[in-house]
Design a protein around this ligand. Structure first.
Ligand code: NAD
Length: 267
């Protein structure tokens, strides 16, 4: 589907947070295929991550390195930018994509989960942007893309911290777009609906267990009814939107919330 997409990112360096799995991984593959050197980032089994680094490097001929800073820790988020810059010489494209979820009624919502979601989903992006800003500003070129969600524009019960954090991501995106406009730095948010990644598979599995139904049936009756397309968004389709916003084609596009949602927000 995305094999024939092509823009020129030769000479660019991209840091994609949360790219050891799901949306971030497919985004990293696409950016590398289109010429960028990529810093993969996130958690996972060491041998699986080594395999991914080798695979993307071999397929694309680009430099690929992996980082595992814990974005629940504010200092680590800044350090990630410093370490990637030291390893690659610069960062041109910053994709703040790492994200976590916790689903619970408000009265039972654990304080620690609120803190963790706000830290990883929102505060880490503030820290990485702040850390990368001086270099992007001095080169007068930068692309910042934040993976928000349709839940940056709407709400869903039992997701207080996630919805609050993603609304915050959109606010941060608009603010940074204004501050970056004079310096050739764009900042945009991508708003996916349901994408079948580990983050969503866990939610489908939990619901299936409650309903006593299969994964497939639960997905169809509880999740895909939100989607006019009646299918999950493909992670690579989100990556394609990031690729476009990373390119020179999108230099006048800034401060937007781009839904990649199969039409779900229009229902
Ligand atoms: P995923 O679980 O497949 O990937 C999450 C990534 O974040 C992994 O690489 C993981 O290692 C990393 N990560 C998690 N906690 C971290 C931490 N403390 N420090 C560093 N890295 C950490 O999830 P995904 O569905 O690909 O989600 C990617 C982004 O897309 C998230 O921001 C999510 O909120 C957003 N999103 C997902 C969907 C969906 O339906 N899957 C929809 C809208 C938005």
């Amino acid at each position: 589907m995305t094999e024939n997409i092509s823009v020129n990112l030769n000479g660019k360096v991209a840091l994609i947070t949360g790219s050891t799995s799901g949306i971030g991984l497919e985004t990293a593959r696409l950016l590398a295929k289109n010429g960028a050197d990529v810093a993969l980032h996130g958690f996972g089994r060491a041998e699986e991550i080594r395999r991914l680094v080798d695979e993307i490097g071999h397929e694309t001929g680009r430099k690929v390195l992996h980082f595992s800073h814990d974005l629940a820790d504010m200092l680590q988020a800044s350090l990630l930018v410093d370490d990637v810059t030291a390893a690659f010489g610069k960062i041109d494209i910053l994709v703040n994509n790492a994200g976590v979820q916790h689903v619970a009624d408000i009265e039972a919502f654990p304080d620690a989960e609120w803190d963790r979601l706000i830290a990883v989903n929102l505060t880490a992006g503030f820290r990485t942007i702040k850390a990368v800003w001086p270099q992007m500003k001095s080169r007068r070129w930068g692309r910042i893309i934040n993976t928000a969600s349709t839940l940056a524009l709407a709400a869903e019960p039992r997701k207080a911290a996630y919805v609050a954090s993603k609304h915050g991501v959109l606010g941060l995106t608009r603010e940074i777009a204004l501050e970056g406009a004079r310096f050739g730095i764009t900042c945009n948010a991508i708003c996916p609906a349901w994408v079948l990644t580990p983050l969503v598979a866990q939610q489908v599995e939990a619901k299936a267990a409650t309903l006593g139904k299969s994964f497939q049936e639960t997905a169809e009756i509880e999740f895909l009814t939100d989607m006019p397309t009646r299918r999950f968004v493909d992670p690579a389709e989100v990556g394609a939107a990031v690729l476009f916003l990373s390119s020179d084609l999108a230099r006048s596009i800034t401060g937007i919330a781009l839904p990649v949602d199969g039409g779900s927000l229009t229902v």
